[in-house]
Design a protein around this ligand. Sequence first.
Ligand code: C5P
Length: 294
Amino acid sequence: MTLEKQSHCKVNLLLNVLGKRADGYHELETVMVPIQVRDRLEFARRAAGTGIQLTCNEPALPTDRGNLVYRAAAAFLTAATITEGVSIHLEKNVPLAAGLGGGSGNAACTLLGLNELFGFPLEAAELRLLAAELGSDVPFFLQPNPALATGRGEQVEALARFAGLGGTAFVLVHPGFGISTAWAYRELARFPAALNGRRGRAKELVALLRAGALRSACAEFHNSLEAPALEKYPLLELFKEFFRENGALAALMSGSGSSTFALVRSQAEGENITEKLRSKFGTTYWTRVVEPGI
Ligand code: C5P
C-alpha cells in the first residue's frame, strides 16, 4: 500500500526575535499562516531490516540523513519501535531555503504519514516532541491552522482562521537563491534593535487580525531577520518597494528568507501585480499567488 500526502508551506506575518538564549537558539514570537504551496510525499512499508529508502526529484537535496525527511522517518521508526523498512518519495515544488518552511513541512508530513501508515502507534503529544527535535518550525506543520508560536518557534498555539484575511491573497516571489537560517540568526548579533524585540507584538497582531482590522494589522507585520538579509541582498528590498508601490497592503520577507510576500486584496489583484513584477524584474523568478489557509 502506498500512502500519498501533500506537504504545505507557511508565511510569517510577524517574526519578532526577543533575544539570544543560553542554548544558542533565539527566543521569538511569530504569527504563521499556512499556505497552499505544496510538495508531494509517498510512503510505503517495506520488509523488516530494509531501513529507509528515500528518493527525491530534486537533485540538490540529499537522500540520506542530510534530508529532514530521512531524519523524521528515522526518529519515527525508533520512537514507535518499528523494525520494518519504509520507502519514501519526495516531489519538491517549493523552493529550498526560501523561508516558507518547505523542509519543516516535509518533516511534519513524514511523521503524520508514517504514523498513519503503521496504524497510529504514536500519540499527538509524542509526535510533537519528535517534531520539536527535528526543527523549530516542524511542530507548526503538524496542524493545519494559523498559529502563534513562541519559545524557539516550537511552542505552537493554534488559532482559528483570521477574519481579517478573508478574501485576500499572498503574492510570493523567490529570488533564485536561498538563505541559511543559521546564518540569518547569527548575523542578528550586528543588529541589537532587531535582536531584542519588544515582547507582545504577536498577541497585538493576532487581536487586530481577529477583529478584521486589516489596515492596522498590516502596519504591525514585522520580521526581525530582515535586518541582516536585506543588507546582504538588496534585491529583497527592491521586491518590497515594488509591492508597496503597486498597491500591496503589506510586503515582508518570510521566515529567514529568501522569499518575499505581499498581501493584496484579492486573487485577481495578486495575478495583476505578478504580471507587473514579471515585466519589471523578468520572468525567471519563481512566483505564486495563493489564498491564506489550506
Ligand atoms: O530549529 P532549526 O533547525 O530550524 O534551526 C536552524 C538554525 O537556526 C539553528 O541551528 C539556529 O542556528 C537558528 N535558530 C535560532 N533560533 C531559533 C530558530 C533557529 O537561532 N528560534
